[in-house]
Design a protein around this ligand. Structure first.
Ligand code: HEC
Length: 508
Protein backbone atom coordinates (compact mmCIF):
# COMPACT_ATOMS: atom_id res chain seq x y z
CA UNK A 1 0.00 0.00 0.00
CA UNK A 2 1.40 3.32 -0.97
CA UNK A 3 0.57 6.49 0.80
CA UNK A 4 0.69 9.50 -1.45
CA UNK A 5 1.04 13.07 -0.46
CA UNK A 6 -1.04 15.58 -2.30
CA UNK A 7 1.01 17.12 -5.03
CA UNK A 8 -0.11 20.55 -5.89
CA UNK A 9 -0.80 20.36 -9.54
CA UNK A 10 0.40 20.47 -12.91
CA UNK A 11 -0.38 23.38 -15.08
CA UNK A 12 -0.91 23.61 -18.74
CA UNK A 13 2.45 24.34 -20.25
CA UNK A 14 2.44 25.33 -23.85
CA UNK A 15 4.81 26.07 -26.68
CA UNK A 16 5.76 26.39 -30.25
CA UNK A 17 8.13 27.29 -33.06
CA UNK A 18 9.40 26.39 -36.54
CA UNK A 19 11.87 25.65 -39.33
CA UNK A 20 11.72 26.14 -43.06
CA UNK A 21 11.74 23.20 -45.38
CA UNK A 22 14.08 24.01 -48.24
CA UNK A 23 13.00 23.68 -51.82
CA UNK A 24 16.07 22.57 -53.73
CA UNK A 25 16.29 22.67 -57.51
CA UNK A 26 17.15 19.50 -59.37
CA UNK A 27 20.80 20.59 -59.66
CA UNK A 28 20.98 21.45 -55.99
CA UNK A 29 19.46 18.06 -55.13
CA UNK A 30 22.11 16.33 -57.22
CA UNK A 31 24.77 18.44 -55.50
CA UNK A 32 23.37 17.43 -52.16
CA UNK A 33 23.69 13.72 -53.00
CA UNK A 34 27.25 14.29 -54.11
CA UNK A 35 27.97 16.20 -50.92
CA UNK A 36 26.36 13.68 -48.60
CA UNK A 37 26.86 10.37 -50.38
CA UNK A 38 29.68 10.97 -52.84
CA UNK A 39 27.63 9.92 -55.85
CA UNK A 40 27.53 11.48 -59.32
CA UNK A 41 24.39 12.56 -61.16
CA UNK A 42 25.62 10.35 -64.03
CA UNK A 43 26.25 6.62 -63.71
CA UNK A 44 29.97 7.16 -63.44
CA UNK A 45 31.70 6.38 -60.17
CA UNK A 46 33.38 9.41 -58.66
CA UNK A 47 36.91 9.01 -57.42
CA UNK A 48 38.82 10.79 -54.72
CA UNK A 49 42.61 10.75 -54.41
CA UNK A 50 43.67 10.62 -50.80
CA UNK A 51 46.80 11.11 -48.78
CA UNK A 52 50.33 11.94 -49.85
CA UNK A 53 50.38 8.93 -52.20
CA UNK A 54 47.25 10.06 -54.05
CA UNK A 55 45.62 6.65 -53.82
CA UNK A 56 42.23 6.53 -55.55
CA UNK A 57 39.11 5.51 -53.59
CA UNK A 58 35.44 5.83 -54.49
CA UNK A 59 34.14 9.23 -53.34
CA UNK A 60 31.21 7.39 -51.76
CA UNK A 61 33.66 6.15 -49.14
CA UNK A 62 34.70 9.72 -48.35
CA UNK A 63 31.80 12.05 -49.08
CA UNK A 64 32.29 15.72 -48.19
CA UNK A 65 29.80 15.41 -45.33
CA UNK A 66 31.90 12.77 -43.60
CA UNK A 67 34.53 15.44 -42.84
CA UNK A 68 32.83 18.81 -43.21
CA UNK A 69 29.57 17.62 -41.59
CA UNK A 70 26.11 17.32 -43.13
CA UNK A 71 25.62 20.84 -41.84
CA UNK A 72 28.81 22.01 -43.58
CA UNK A 73 30.05 23.59 -40.40
CA UNK A 74 33.32 21.73 -40.44
CA UNK A 75 34.78 19.86 -37.54
CA UNK A 76 36.61 21.03 -34.49
CA UNK A 77 38.57 17.84 -33.81
CA UNK A 78 41.93 16.74 -35.19
CA UNK A 79 45.05 18.57 -36.31
CA UNK A 80 44.26 19.98 -39.76
CA UNK A 81 40.57 20.77 -39.45
CA UNK A 82 37.99 20.55 -42.22
CA UNK A 83 36.86 24.20 -42.32
CA UNK A 84 33.30 25.45 -42.46
CA UNK A 85 31.99 25.47 -46.05
CA UNK A 86 29.52 28.24 -45.35
CA UNK A 87 29.21 30.10 -48.67
CA UNK A 88 29.21 33.39 -46.83
CA UNK A 89 32.56 32.56 -45.30
CA UNK A 90 34.06 31.07 -48.45
CA UNK A 91 32.94 33.44 -51.17
CA UNK A 92 31.04 36.52 -50.10
CA UNK A 93 32.35 39.89 -49.02
CA UNK A 94 35.84 41.36 -49.05
CA UNK A 95 38.92 40.57 -47.06
CA UNK A 96 41.11 37.64 -46.24
CA UNK A 97 39.88 34.37 -44.77
CA UNK A 98 41.91 32.06 -42.56
CA UNK A 99 41.94 28.32 -42.16
CA UNK A 100 44.63 26.08 -40.71
CA UNK A 101 47.21 28.86 -40.96
CA UNK A 102 46.44 29.65 -44.60
CA UNK A 103 45.30 33.14 -45.54
CA UNK A 104 43.45 33.69 -48.83
CA UNK A 105 40.94 35.99 -50.54
CA UNK A 106 37.32 35.08 -51.31
CA UNK A 107 36.67 31.96 -53.37
CA UNK A 108 35.01 32.25 -56.78
CA UNK A 109 33.24 29.36 -58.47
CA UNK A 110 36.40 28.72 -60.46
CA UNK A 111 38.83 28.75 -57.54
CA UNK A 112 36.41 26.60 -55.55
CA UNK A 113 36.47 23.95 -58.26
CA UNK A 114 40.24 24.14 -58.24
CA UNK A 115 40.37 23.61 -54.46
CA UNK A 116 38.09 20.59 -54.61
CA UNK A 117 39.78 19.02 -57.66
CA UNK A 118 43.40 20.08 -57.30
CA UNK A 119 43.80 21.10 -53.66
CA UNK A 120 44.86 24.71 -54.10
CA UNK A 121 43.20 27.70 -52.39
CA UNK A 122 42.61 31.13 -54.06
CA UNK A 123 45.98 32.39 -52.79
CA UNK A 124 47.73 29.42 -54.37
CA UNK A 125 48.42 27.65 -51.05
CA UNK A 126 48.32 23.88 -51.21
CA UNK A 127 45.58 22.33 -49.10
CA UNK A 128 46.73 19.71 -46.65
CA UNK A 129 46.62 16.11 -47.88
CA UNK A 130 43.87 15.46 -45.35
CA UNK A 131 41.56 17.06 -47.91
CA UNK A 132 41.08 14.53 -50.74
CA UNK A 133 41.27 15.66 -54.39
CA UNK A 134 38.04 14.82 -56.20
CA UNK A 135 37.69 13.99 -59.87
CA UNK A 136 34.48 15.70 -60.92
CA UNK A 137 32.83 16.28 -64.28
CA UNK A 138 31.77 19.79 -65.16
CA UNK A 139 28.16 18.86 -64.40
CA UNK A 140 29.01 17.34 -61.02
CA UNK A 141 31.08 20.36 -60.08
CA UNK A 142 28.25 22.70 -61.07
CA UNK A 143 25.73 20.75 -59.00
CA UNK A 144 28.05 20.66 -56.02
CA UNK A 145 28.71 24.41 -56.17
CA UNK A 146 24.98 25.08 -56.47
CA UNK A 147 24.36 23.02 -53.36
CA UNK A 148 27.21 24.59 -51.37
CA UNK A 149 25.54 27.96 -51.93
CA UNK A 150 22.39 26.63 -50.30
CA UNK A 151 23.99 24.48 -47.64
CA UNK A 152 23.81 27.00 -44.83
CA UNK A 153 20.11 27.65 -45.55
CA UNK A 154 19.51 24.01 -44.87
CA UNK A 155 20.49 24.26 -41.29
CA UNK A 156 17.75 24.59 -38.82
CA UNK A 157 17.68 27.82 -36.86
CA UNK A 158 19.19 27.87 -33.41
CA UNK A 159 22.10 25.53 -34.11
CA UNK A 160 25.34 27.46 -34.28
CA UNK A 161 28.98 26.58 -34.14
CA UNK A 162 29.16 26.71 -30.35
CA UNK A 163 25.61 27.44 -29.23
CA UNK A 164 22.31 25.60 -29.36
CA UNK A 165 19.38 27.89 -28.63
CA UNK A 166 16.17 26.79 -26.92
CA UNK A 167 13.19 29.00 -26.27
CA UNK A 168 10.18 29.28 -24.03
CA UNK A 169 7.26 31.58 -23.23
CA UNK A 170 6.87 32.41 -19.55
CA UNK A 171 4.66 35.16 -18.17
CA UNK A 172 6.46 37.76 -16.07
CA UNK A 173 3.24 39.13 -14.57
CA UNK A 174 -0.33 38.01 -13.92
CA UNK A 175 -1.64 34.79 -12.38
CA UNK A 176 0.98 32.58 -14.03
CA UNK A 177 3.99 34.72 -13.13
CA UNK A 178 4.83 32.58 -10.12
CA UNK A 179 4.72 29.39 -12.14
CA UNK A 180 6.75 31.10 -14.86
CA UNK A 181 9.42 31.92 -12.34
CA UNK A 182 9.60 28.28 -11.21
CA UNK A 183 9.82 26.89 -14.74
CA UNK A 184 12.51 29.38 -15.68
CA UNK A 185 14.57 28.63 -12.60
CA UNK A 186 14.42 24.86 -13.20
CA UNK A 187 15.39 25.13 -16.88
CA UNK A 188 18.17 27.65 -16.31
CA UNK A 189 19.54 25.59 -13.46
CA UNK A 190 19.58 22.42 -15.57
CA UNK A 191 21.19 24.13 -18.56
CA UNK A 192 23.82 25.77 -16.36
CA UNK A 193 24.77 22.34 -15.02
CA UNK A 194 24.98 20.88 -18.51
CA UNK A 195 27.04 23.82 -19.74
CA UNK A 196 29.45 23.43 -16.85
CA UNK A 197 30.12 19.92 -18.13
CA UNK A 198 30.80 21.23 -21.62
CA UNK A 199 27.26 21.44 -23.01
CA UNK A 200 26.03 18.94 -25.60
CA UNK A 201 28.34 17.93 -28.48
CA UNK A 202 30.52 20.97 -27.93
CA UNK A 203 27.65 23.45 -27.88
CA UNK A 204 26.55 25.57 -24.97
CA UNK A 205 22.79 25.51 -24.41
CA UNK A 206 21.18 28.90 -24.37
CA UNK A 207 17.63 29.74 -23.28
CA UNK A 208 15.57 32.57 -24.74
CA UNK A 209 12.58 33.48 -22.56
CA UNK A 210 9.84 35.72 -23.92
CA UNK A 211 6.77 36.96 -22.06
CA UNK A 212 3.54 35.85 -23.76
CA UNK A 213 1.59 38.64 -22.05
CA UNK A 214 -1.95 37.81 -21.05
CA UNK A 215 -3.99 37.46 -24.21
CA UNK A 216 -3.93 35.30 -27.27
CA UNK A 217 -2.72 38.07 -29.56
CA UNK A 218 0.29 38.97 -27.45
CA UNK A 219 1.13 35.30 -26.93
CA UNK A 220 0.98 34.59 -30.66
CA UNK A 221 3.23 37.52 -31.30
CA UNK A 222 5.73 36.35 -28.69
CA UNK A 223 5.69 32.89 -30.21
CA UNK A 224 6.43 34.24 -33.67
CA UNK A 225 9.26 36.34 -32.34
CA UNK A 226 10.73 33.34 -30.59
CA UNK A 227 10.71 31.33 -33.79
CA UNK A 228 11.46 33.96 -36.44
CA UNK A 229 13.65 36.55 -34.74
CA UNK A 230 15.20 34.64 -31.89
CA UNK A 231 15.65 31.56 -34.06
CA UNK A 232 15.20 28.99 -31.38
CA UNK A 233 15.77 25.36 -32.33
CA UNK A 234 13.09 23.89 -30.08
CA UNK A 235 10.72 24.94 -27.34
CA UNK A 236 10.70 23.70 -23.79
CA UNK A 237 7.91 23.92 -21.21
CA UNK A 238 6.16 27.13 -22.25
CA UNK A 239 3.42 28.50 -20.04
CA UNK A 240 0.95 30.05 -22.44
CA UNK A 241 -2.39 28.32 -22.04
CA UNK A 242 -4.08 30.99 -24.15
CA UNK A 243 -2.24 29.56 -27.14
CA UNK A 244 -4.29 26.55 -27.95
CA UNK A 245 -4.82 25.75 -31.63
CA UNK A 246 -2.46 28.58 -32.57
CA UNK A 247 0.36 26.77 -30.88
CA UNK A 248 -0.21 23.62 -32.86
CA UNK A 249 -0.52 25.53 -36.12
CA UNK A 250 2.62 27.57 -35.57
CA UNK A 251 4.70 24.60 -34.47
CA UNK A 252 3.65 22.53 -37.43
CA UNK A 253 4.12 25.32 -39.91
CA UNK A 254 7.70 25.74 -38.83
CA UNK A 255 8.41 22.10 -37.84
CA UNK A 256 9.49 23.26 -34.41
CA UNK A 257 9.49 20.53 -31.77
CA UNK A 258 8.19 21.30 -28.30
CA UNK A 259 8.80 19.28 -25.16
CA UNK A 260 6.41 20.14 -22.35
CA UNK A 261 2.82 19.97 -21.22
CA UNK A 262 0.34 21.94 -23.28
CA UNK A 263 -3.45 22.00 -23.56
CA UNK A 264 -2.99 20.23 -26.89
CA UNK A 265 -0.77 17.44 -25.67
CA UNK A 266 -1.27 14.35 -27.77
CA UNK A 267 -2.85 16.43 -30.51
CA UNK A 268 0.23 17.42 -32.51
CA UNK A 269 3.18 15.54 -33.94
CA UNK A 270 5.46 18.38 -32.80
CA UNK A 271 4.45 18.35 -29.14
CA UNK A 272 6.05 15.83 -26.81
CA UNK A 273 4.45 15.87 -23.37
CA UNK A 274 6.54 14.08 -20.76
CA UNK A 275 3.42 13.37 -18.70
CA UNK A 276 -0.03 12.02 -19.52
CA UNK A 277 -2.66 14.52 -20.64
CA UNK A 278 -5.88 14.88 -18.73
CA UNK A 279 -8.00 12.52 -20.88
CA UNK A 280 -5.35 9.81 -20.51
CA UNK A 281 -5.31 10.25 -16.74
CA UNK A 282 -9.09 10.04 -16.55
CA UNK A 283 -9.02 6.90 -18.67
CA UNK A 284 -6.88 5.19 -16.04
CA UNK A 285 -9.55 6.03 -13.47
CA UNK A 286 -12.24 4.55 -15.71
CA UNK A 287 -10.18 1.35 -16.07
CA UNK A 288 -10.05 1.14 -12.30
CA UNK A 289 -13.81 1.75 -12.07
CA UNK A 290 -14.40 -1.10 -14.52
CA UNK A 291 -11.91 -3.59 -13.10
CA UNK A 292 -11.96 -2.94 -9.37
CA UNK A 293 -15.20 -1.11 -8.64
CA UNK A 294 -17.45 -3.06 -10.96
CA UNK A 295 -18.94 -0.05 -12.74
CA UNK A 296 -20.75 -1.37 -15.85
CA UNK A 297 -20.15 0.00 -19.34
CA UNK A 298 -23.25 2.22 -19.18
CA UNK A 299 -22.63 3.33 -15.59
CA UNK A 300 -20.24 6.24 -16.19
CA UNK A 301 -21.17 9.88 -16.85
CA UNK A 302 -18.89 12.67 -18.04
CA UNK A 303 -19.61 16.00 -16.32
CA UNK A 304 -17.76 19.22 -16.86
CA UNK A 305 -17.92 22.61 -15.18
CA UNK A 306 -16.98 25.77 -17.08
CA UNK A 307 -17.34 26.43 -20.80
CA UNK A 308 -13.56 26.29 -21.23
CA UNK A 309 -13.63 22.62 -20.17
CA UNK A 310 -16.24 21.54 -22.72
CA UNK A 311 -13.82 20.52 -25.45
CA UNK A 312 -11.70 18.57 -23.01
CA UNK A 313 -14.79 16.78 -21.65
CA UNK A 314 -15.77 15.86 -25.19
CA UNK A 315 -12.29 14.42 -25.79
CA UNK A 316 -12.66 12.38 -22.62
CA UNK A 317 -16.04 11.05 -23.74
CA UNK A 318 -14.65 10.02 -27.12
CA UNK A 319 -11.72 8.23 -25.57
CA UNK A 320 -13.99 6.44 -23.12
CA UNK A 321 -16.19 5.37 -25.98
CA UNK A 322 -13.16 3.93 -27.78
CA UNK A 323 -12.54 1.85 -24.65
CA UNK A 324 -16.06 0.46 -24.75
CA UNK A 325 -17.85 2.87 -22.41
CA UNK A 326 -21.37 4.14 -23.18
CA UNK A 327 -21.45 7.32 -21.15
CA UNK A 328 -24.14 9.21 -23.00
CA UNK A 329 -23.50 12.82 -23.98
CA UNK A 330 -21.28 15.02 -21.79
CA UNK A 331 -23.21 17.08 -19.25
CA UNK A 332 -22.54 20.66 -18.22
CA UNK A 333 -22.72 21.01 -14.43
CA UNK A 334 -25.01 23.81 -13.24
CA UNK A 335 -25.77 22.77 -9.69
CA UNK A 336 -27.79 19.68 -10.58
CA UNK A 337 -27.34 16.12 -9.32
CA UNK A 338 -26.52 13.58 -12.05
CA UNK A 339 -27.22 9.88 -12.23
CA UNK A 340 -24.74 7.08 -12.92
CA UNK A 341 -22.57 4.84 -10.73
CA UNK A 342 -19.47 6.79 -11.54
CA UNK A 343 -18.96 10.41 -12.53
CA UNK A 344 -15.89 11.47 -14.49
CA UNK A 345 -15.41 15.13 -13.65
CA UNK A 346 -13.60 17.74 -15.75
CA UNK A 347 -13.29 21.15 -14.12
CA UNK A 348 -11.87 23.05 -11.19
CA UNK A 349 -11.86 22.34 -7.46
CA UNK A 350 -14.77 24.62 -6.34
CA UNK A 351 -17.16 23.12 -8.90
CA UNK A 352 -16.06 19.63 -7.86
CA UNK A 353 -17.03 20.40 -4.24
CA UNK A 354 -20.37 21.80 -5.42
CA UNK A 355 -21.08 18.68 -7.45
CA UNK A 356 -20.33 16.48 -4.43
CA UNK A 357 -22.73 18.56 -2.33
CA UNK A 358 -25.49 18.43 -4.92
CA UNK A 359 -25.16 14.65 -5.21
CA UNK A 360 -25.13 14.15 -1.47
CA UNK A 361 -28.17 16.41 -1.01
CA UNK A 362 -30.13 14.24 -3.43
CA UNK A 363 -29.05 11.07 -1.65
CA UNK A 364 -26.65 9.79 -4.32
CA UNK A 365 -23.20 8.43 -3.82
CA UNK A 366 -21.54 7.56 -7.11
CA UNK A 367 -17.77 7.16 -7.43
CA UNK A 368 -16.23 10.52 -8.27
CA UNK A 369 -13.30 10.30 -10.68
CA UNK A 370 -11.08 13.31 -11.38
CA UNK A 371 -7.53 14.44 -12.05
CA UNK A 372 -5.62 15.50 -8.95
CA UNK A 373 -4.25 18.43 -10.92
CA UNK A 374 -7.75 19.85 -11.29
CA UNK A 375 -9.52 19.06 -8.02
CA UNK A 376 -6.97 18.19 -5.33
CA UNK A 377 -7.63 21.52 -3.63
CA UNK A 378 -11.24 20.51 -2.88
CA UNK A 379 -10.89 17.06 -1.37
CA UNK A 380 -9.81 18.03 2.16
CA UNK A 381 -13.15 19.80 2.65
CA UNK A 382 -15.36 16.92 1.48
CA UNK A 383 -17.60 15.26 4.10
CA UNK A 384 -16.92 11.68 5.28
CA UNK A 385 -19.82 10.58 3.08
CA UNK A 386 -17.31 10.57 0.23
CA UNK A 387 -14.66 8.48 1.93
CA UNK A 388 -13.32 5.81 -0.48
CA UNK A 389 -15.66 7.10 -3.17
CA UNK A 390 -13.31 9.74 -4.58
CA UNK A 391 -10.53 8.52 -6.87
CA UNK A 392 -7.86 10.83 -8.19
CA UNK A 393 -5.37 10.33 -11.02
CA UNK A 394 -1.73 11.24 -10.34
CA UNK A 395 0.99 11.01 -13.03
CA UNK A 396 3.44 10.14 -10.28
CA UNK A 397 3.42 9.54 -6.54
CA UNK A 398 6.26 9.83 -4.03
CA UNK A 399 6.81 6.09 -4.35
CA UNK A 400 8.16 6.76 -7.82
CA UNK A 401 10.90 8.93 -6.36
CA UNK A 402 14.32 7.38 -6.14
CA UNK A 403 17.16 8.69 -4.06
CA UNK A 404 18.77 10.08 -7.16
CA UNK A 405 15.54 11.72 -8.33
CA UNK A 406 15.01 13.28 -4.94
CA UNK A 407 18.58 14.58 -4.88
CA UNK A 408 18.01 16.19 -8.28
CA UNK A 409 14.80 17.81 -7.13
CA UNK A 410 16.07 19.04 -3.78
CA UNK A 411 19.27 20.23 -5.46
CA UNK A 412 17.42 22.55 -7.80
CA UNK A 413 15.13 23.69 -4.98
CA UNK A 414 18.13 24.57 -2.85
CA UNK A 415 20.16 26.29 -5.56
CA UNK A 416 17.21 28.28 -6.88
CA UNK A 417 15.40 28.88 -3.57
CA UNK A 418 12.25 27.12 -4.84
CA UNK A 419 9.30 26.13 -2.67
CA UNK A 420 9.01 22.33 -2.23
CA UNK A 421 5.22 22.78 -2.26
CA UNK A 422 5.48 23.56 -5.96
CA UNK A 423 7.21 20.23 -6.56
CA UNK A 424 4.85 19.09 -9.28
CA UNK A 425 5.66 21.97 -11.59
CA UNK A 426 9.33 21.44 -10.85
CA UNK A 427 9.07 17.72 -11.60
CA UNK A 428 7.22 18.45 -14.85
CA UNK A 429 9.92 20.82 -15.98
CA UNK A 430 12.74 18.50 -14.92
CA UNK A 431 11.15 15.70 -16.96
CA UNK A 432 10.85 17.90 -20.04
CA UNK A 433 14.47 18.95 -19.69
CA UNK A 434 15.62 15.37 -19.18
CA UNK A 435 13.84 14.08 -22.29
CA UNK A 436 14.91 16.99 -24.48
CA UNK A 437 18.57 16.83 -23.48
CA UNK A 438 18.61 13.04 -23.80
CA UNK A 439 17.33 13.33 -27.38
CA UNK A 440 19.80 16.14 -28.16
CA UNK A 441 22.66 13.97 -26.96
CA UNK A 442 21.52 11.16 -29.20
CA UNK A 443 21.31 13.16 -32.41
CA UNK A 444 24.93 14.19 -32.36
CA UNK A 445 26.45 17.39 -33.63
CA UNK A 446 24.56 17.63 -36.92
CA UNK A 447 21.43 18.56 -35.06
CA UNK A 448 18.28 19.12 -37.09
CA UNK A 449 14.70 19.47 -35.93
CA UNK A 450 13.74 16.44 -37.96
CA UNK A 451 16.37 14.37 -36.20
CA UNK A 452 15.26 15.71 -32.85
CA UNK A 453 11.68 14.58 -33.46
CA UNK A 454 12.95 11.15 -34.55
CA UNK A 455 15.19 10.89 -31.49
CA UNK A 456 12.36 11.89 -29.14
CA UNK A 457 10.18 9.25 -30.78
CA UNK A 458 12.91 6.72 -30.13
CA UNK A 459 13.14 7.38 -26.40
CA UNK A 460 12.02 4.43 -24.27
CA UNK A 461 12.20 3.69 -20.59
CA UNK A 462 13.92 6.92 -19.66
CA UNK A 463 14.23 6.93 -15.91
CA UNK A 464 13.76 10.29 -14.25
CA UNK A 465 13.84 9.09 -10.65
CA UNK A 466 10.70 11.17 -10.13
CA UNK A 467 8.09 9.47 -12.31
CA UNK A 468 7.49 6.06 -13.84
CA UNK A 469 9.85 5.46 -16.78
CA UNK A 470 9.02 7.81 -19.66
CA UNK A 471 9.10 7.21 -23.39
CA UNK A 472 7.50 8.11 -26.70
CA UNK A 473 7.03 6.30 -29.98
CA UNK A 474 5.94 6.82 -33.57
CA UNK A 475 2.58 8.52 -33.12
CA UNK A 476 2.96 8.44 -29.38
CA UNK A 477 3.42 11.89 -27.87
CA UNK A 478 2.79 11.40 -24.17
CA UNK A 479 5.60 10.12 -22.01
CA UNK A 480 3.20 8.02 -19.92
CA UNK A 481 0.15 6.15 -21.19
CA UNK A 482 -1.87 6.40 -18.01
CA UNK A 483 -1.66 7.45 -14.38
CA UNK A 484 -1.71 6.15 -10.83
CA UNK A 485 -5.13 5.78 -9.22
CA UNK A 486 -5.28 7.15 -5.68
CA UNK A 487 -8.24 6.64 -3.29
CA UNK A 488 -9.16 9.34 -0.79
CA UNK A 489 -10.13 8.45 2.81
CA UNK A 490 -12.11 11.09 4.73
CA UNK A 491 -11.93 12.85 7.06
CA UNK A 492 -8.24 13.40 6.67
CA UNK A 493 -7.79 13.32 3.82
CA UNK A 494 -5.56 10.27 3.52
CA UNK A 495 -4.39 9.21 0.08
CA UNK A 496 -3.81 5.60 -0.84
CA UNK A 497 -2.50 4.42 -4.17
CA UNK A 498 -4.92 1.65 -5.19
CA UNK A 499 -3.74 1.00 -8.74
CA UNK A 500 -0.16 1.82 -9.69
CA UNK A 501 0.56 3.25 -13.12
CA UNK A 502 0.17 0.71 -15.87
CA UNK A 503 0.21 1.73 -19.55
CA UNK A 504 -3.34 1.68 -20.91
CA UNK A 505 -3.98 -0.66 -23.82
CA UNK A 506 -3.76 0.92 -27.30
CA UNK A 507 -2.72 4.31 -26.08
CA UNK A 508 -1.56 6.80 -28.70
C1 HEC B 1 38.65 13.11 -45.48
C2 HEC B 1 38.14 14.41 -45.03
C3 HEC B 1 37.65 15.35 -46.09
C4 HEC B 1 36.75 15.10 -47.09
C5 HEC B 1 36.06 13.79 -47.42
C6 HEC B 1 36.56 16.36 -47.77
N1 HEC B 1 37.30 17.32 -47.19
FE1 HEC B 1 37.41 19.24 -47.77
N2 HEC B 1 38.86 19.57 -46.41
C7 HEC B 1 39.32 18.67 -45.50
C8 HEC B 1 40.35 19.28 -44.70
C9 HEC B 1 41.10 18.62 -43.55
C10 HEC B 1 40.54 20.57 -45.21
C11 HEC B 1 41.52 21.63 -44.74
C12 HEC B 1 42.77 21.58 -45.58
C13 HEC B 1 43.69 22.71 -45.25
O1 HEC B 1 43.25 23.67 -44.62
O2 HEC B 1 44.87 22.64 -45.66
C14 HEC B 1 39.57 20.73 -46.27
C15 HEC B 1 39.44 21.88 -47.03
C16 HEC B 1 38.45 22.09 -47.96
C17 HEC B 1 38.22 23.32 -48.66
C18 HEC B 1 39.02 24.58 -48.51
C19 HEC B 1 38.33 25.52 -47.59
C20 HEC B 1 39.10 26.76 -47.29
O3 HEC B 1 38.62 27.50 -46.43
O4 HEC B 1 40.16 27.00 -47.92
C21 HEC B 1 37.14 23.14 -49.46
C22 HEC B 1 36.50 24.17 -50.35
C23 HEC B 1 36.69 21.79 -49.26
N3 HEC B 1 37.49 21.16 -48.34
C24 HEC B 1 35.60 21.23 -49.88
C25 HEC B 1 35.30 19.88 -49.85
C26 HEC B 1 34.29 19.26 -50.65
C27 HEC B 1 33.32 19.99 -51.57
C28 HEC B 1 34.34 17.93 -50.39
C29 HEC B 1 33.53 16.83 -51.05
C30 HEC B 1 33.53 16.79 -52.49
C31 HEC B 1 35.37 17.74 -49.39
N4 HEC B 1 35.92 18.93 -49.09
C32 HEC B 1 35.70 16.51 -48.83
C33 HEC B 1 38.87 17.38 -45.32
C34 HEC B 1 37.99 16.75 -46.18
Amino acid sequence: MNTARVLALTMGLTLCSSALALDLTEHEQAGKRLYREGVSSSDAQLLARVGASGMSVPASVLPCASCHGTDGRGRAEGGVKPPSLDWQRLALGQGQRQANGRSYPAYSEGTLARAIQHGVDPAGNRLDAAMPRFELTLADQRNLTAYLKRLSDERDPGVEESVLRLGTLLPGSGPLADAGHVVRAVIEDGLAQLNEQGGIHGRRLELVVLDPGNDTASASQALNRLVDEQQVFALISPLAPMLDEQLVTALEQHDVPLVGSTPRSGGSAQIFDPLPGLPTQLLSLAEHARNALGVPADGLRVVYAGAEQAALAEQVRERLQQQGWATGPVQAFAGQAVDGQGVVFVGRAPAFAELANALQASGREPYLLAASSQVAGAVAQLPAHWSQRVFLAYPYVPDDWTEHGLATLSGVQRRQGLDPRQASLQVNTLCALRLLTEALKQIGRDASREQLVAALEGLHDVSTGLTPALGFGPGRRQGMAGAHVVAVALPGPRFTSVAPYRPLPDMP
